[in-house]
Structure formats: structure tokens, C-alpha cells
Design a protein around this ligand. Structure first.
Ligand code: ATR
Length: 279
């Protein structure tokens, strides 16, 4: 039996998900396909119907449909419900269940490179940005029990809205970007989640990294370019870096686990993906 999988979004022509999931299928010895459905808003409902009728095993959802898809689903897992966004759907005997693998995928990727974060939760973490990606990451970090997770953002009310996801005694302070810049020395882990530094504005950085503590872990979820200005500057002042493409692999791996109940080995996929992204 062949399992159909796919991705819904716009624009997604250059998505790396087919490359990742076809390798997972091969590794898991599962016969399947992973297709791209680049659709506009009006076609969303029909597209989901088509996937249901054709008994798709599951699919991924990306921008701009991570929240727009929710009314078409039969149920949400508790992470997706709390975060308010879906990036993975499982077709369970005709019932579509929405999940969000971004935050857990991010946390796994961070712990893969910095295993001390699996057990040591006495860390001061700074999250820069308060968009959709930051929401999932904050939720996963909070659930994992880190003691301080501060949020710095250009628009303070967006940061406040993320802090409302807190479910335990984690401490969360809200900062302006300037305050974050001046207080970087307090943080063990600094996570950049804004759009600033992507290929279109690759010489920019949301904050200066002058005050980063040597040996702090500095992470950027942008993966194009792999070496963002933010990470280059962090590295210059002695920070230990963590690259965005590893989140992409781990969130996909967790999606695959939801569909097939098994976790394919990532092996050297991070190196291959890095080479692919560097052209
Ligand atoms: P995503 O889903 O990828 O996280 P998003 O939801 O559009 O994207 O969020 C973008 C984030 O980048 C937000 O935190 C945004 O700040 P605001 O909440 O103030 O809008 C941040 N961002 C975008 N452009 C920025 C800029 N030029 N300077 C600082 N922050 C910026």
C-alpha cells in the first residue's frame, strides 16, 4: 500500500519538505509520495476534501494556512489547540486531526546540539520575536520547564500575548529590543525568531550582540542564509551557535512520527541539508 503525503501553502515551490520526507520514507522502508499543493485561499476547502477523498495519510500545512485550516479539521491535539496553529494533519480513518510540531521540533533540535538542555532547566532564555514561530517555541520551552523565558519584541502587546501561554511557574519578563540588547549578558540561551536577517535583508539583525556572554547558546530559526548576520556576530563574540535548518529537520521528523509511529534517524541529513542550502 502506498501512503500519500503532501504540503499545503503559498508560496512553496522551493519547499525542502519533499526532500526531507522522501528520505524519511526511504529510511523507514515505507512506500509513499510527498506532493506540493501550492494553492490560493479559495481552493483551501476543496484541497482538503480532495486529500480526504484520496485517503491521504497526512499532510503538512505552512504559511498562510496554519490557522486558516483549523475550521476544516475534526479535532486538534492539545499543543495545536493551545498554540492556535497547525502545521501537521493526520488522517485517522477519515477524521482529520491537527498538530503543531514546530515548537517541539525546535526544542529537540536545540537539545540534539546542546544535550545539557535535556536535563538542566536552570537556564535564562531570551526569545527575540513574538510571531507564529515564537509562539510554538515559547510553548515547548515552557512545557519543558525552563525557569526563565523572557520575550523581547518590537511590538510589546504581541509578546504579552505569547506570555499568556505560560502554564507553570516559569518566569517571563517582556522586554523591548533595546532592553534585550543591553541585558544580553544575563542569558544562557538566546533565540532569534523574527524575519530580520532572511535573504532579502541578510545584513540586518534585530539586535546587536555586543553584550552576549561568552559560551551562551545563540540560535536563529532562519535557515536561508544558514549563517545569518545574527549568528555570525554571535560567533565573533564567543557564542555557541545553533542553526535554523536543524529545526526544519526535527519538526519534519516529529510530523513523520505522528503519521507512522516511528522516528526515522536523521543521520547526516543536517550536513546534506546545509550543503543544499548553501548551494
Ligand atoms: P513567523 O510566523 O515566521 O514567526 P510572523 O508571525 O510574521 O512570522 O512574526 C514575525 C516576527 O518578526 C514578529 O515578532 C515581528 O515583530 P512585531 O510583532 O513587532 O510585528 C518581527 N519583525 C518583523 N519585522 C521586524 C523588524 N523589521 N524589526 C523587528 N522585528 C521584526
Amino acid at each position: 500500500m502506498e501512503h500519500n503525503l503532501g504540503l499545503i501553502g503559498f508560496p512553496i515551490k522551493h519547499s525542502l519538505s519533499p526532500w526531507i520526507h522522501r528520505q524519511f520514507l526511504e529510511k523507514a522502508k515505507i512506500k509513499g509520495t510527498y506532493s506540493i499543493f501550492e494553492i490560493n485561499d479559495k481552493l483551501l476547502k476543496n484541497q482538503i476534501e480532495m486529500m480526504k477523498q484520496n485517503r491521504f495519510k497526512g499532510f503538512n500545512v505552512t504559511l498562510p494556512y496554519k490557522t486558516k485550516i483549523i475550521p476544516y479539521l475534526d479535532d486538534l491535539d492539545h499543543n495545536a489547540r493551545n498554540i492556535g496553529a497547525v502545521n501537521t494533519v493526520l488522517n485517522l480513518d477519515g477524521r482529520l486531526i491537527g498538530y503543531n510540531t514546530d515548537g517541539i521540533g525546535y526544542l529537540r533540535s536545540l537539545q540534539q546540539y546542546y544535550p545539557e538542555l535535556v536535563t538542566d532547566k536552570q537556564k535564562n532564555i531570551l526569545l527575540i520575536g513574538a510571531g507564529g514561530a515564537a509562539r510554538g517555541i515559547y510553548y515547548a520551552l515552557n512545557q519543558s520547564g525552563f525557569n526563565t523565558i523572557d520575550i523581547a519584541n518590537r511590538t510589546i502587546e504581541n509578546a504579552n500575548s505569547i506570555a499568556e501561554l505560560k502554564t507553570n511557574d516559569t518566569v517571563t519578563n517582556i522586554l523591548t529590543l533595546n532592553q534585550a540588547e543591553d541585558n544580553l549578558v544575563h542569558y544562557d540561551v538566546i533565540i532569534q525568531t523574527t524575519n530580520v536577517g532572511m535573504k532579502s535583508n541578510q545584513h540586518d539583525s534585530p539586535i546587536k550582540l555586543k553584550h552576549v556572554r561568552e559560551s551562551a547558546i545563540v540560535s536563529d530559526i532562519i535557515y536561508q542564509p544558514i549563517w545569518t548576520s545574527f549568528l555570525k556576530n554571535a560567533s565573533l563574540v564567543g557564542g555557541r551557535v545553533h542553526h535554523g535548518h536543524t529545526m526544519l529537520l526535527n519538526q519534519a521528523q516529529y510530523a513523520f512520527e505522528i503519521w507512522f509511529g516511528q522516528r526515522p534517524e536523521l543521520g547526516s541529513m543536517d550536513i546534506q541539508l546545509k550543503l543544499l542550502l548553501e548551494g
